[in-house]
Write a protein that binds this ligand. Structure first.
Ligand SMILES: [Zn+2]
Length: 266
């Protein structure tokens, strides 16, 4: 099995609605990101730990530096507890950082209070906040329009800029917040969302955002049932042709190289 590239995103899950998650039509383990010498586990939903150990090559939770939670919904935060136990040798070796919205840390949340004492530090996310880990900066791109406190991120380091546009309803300035992203990963749950009634993006919203930003590469993930039935891998083909840039539909287990363009071409 080939090793992972030095900087990559591994999709430990691409499920994005209650039904797709609870029936495990797609997995829901979140994103494993290796960038600028740091390892970040983003939104570890149900099955995250199992998916990491089951990956080939295997991913070791004891190497995780940061657990990053966009919001406290179960498909984004369910496995935070067990991951922190795995990262910290059952709590005996406190290390690493948990970044999560305040309402996920200190209010009713899937994250257990006693688990918070195992991690090196738990830090609440602030709107416009930036957090440094060695050469990596985790920047809050925007507070999103989604139930509860929800933040999207820009991960910057080693010349790479990765946008993680998590659950949200479309709003006018949304694309601006991710304008610097070279690789943009978008949670695109819906096939359609008339009048933006539901607090998620549909694929037309995603296409508008990609058209506004024109990243080097865009990836749709976090699919709901109807969107899966509509075959996201076909939807992105049309998008790629219309926009003249690379748009992918994530698959469970997909590893995407995200290093800076110069490193990839050199
Ligand atoms: Zn959500």
């Amino acid at each position: 099995m080939p090793p992972y590239p030095p900087e990559f995103v591994k999709f430990l899950g691409t499920a994005g609605s209650r039904f797709v998650v609870s029936k495990q039509l797609r997995a829901s383990g979140g994103l494993w990101v290796r960038l600028a010498g740091q390892t970040v586990w983003v939104d570890p939903g149900p099955g995250a730990l199992v998916k990491a150990y089951g990956s080939r090559p295997r991913l070791d939770p004891e190497t995780v530096d940061v657990v990053l939670v966009s919001h406290k919904h179960i498909d984004h935060a369910n496995d935070v507890n067990v991951i922190i136990e795995a990262m910290t040798h059952g709590g005996h070796r406190p290390r690493g950082t948990l970044l999560a919205p305040r309402d996920a840390l200190y209010e009713d949340s899937p994250i257990c209070e006693y688990i918070l004492s195992y991690i090196g530090q738990a830090q609440p996310l602030e709107d416009n906040g930036a957090y440094s880990f060695g050469d990596l900066t985790v920047r809050v791109a925007a507070r999103h329009d989604h139930p509860g406190e929800t933040y999207g991120f820009l991960l910057e380091g080693g010349g790479a800029r990765l946008g993680l546009l998590t659950d949200t309803r479309y709003f006018e300035s949304l694309a601006e917040h991710y304008a610097s992203a070279e690789v943009l990963i978008i949670n695109c749950v819906l096939e359609e969302n008339p009048d933006h009634r539901i607090y998620h993006l549909d694929w037309r919203d995603a296409e508008n955002i990609i058209a506004a930003i024109r990243p080097r590469q865009a990836v749709l993930t976090h699919f709901g049932m109807r969107l899966l039935q509509a075959k996201p891998w076909e939807i992105v083909e049309g998008m790629s042709q219309r926009l003249g840039l690379e748009v992918l539909a994530a698959r469970d287990g997909m590893a995407l190289e995200v290093g800076p363009a110069t490193a990839r071409e050199g």
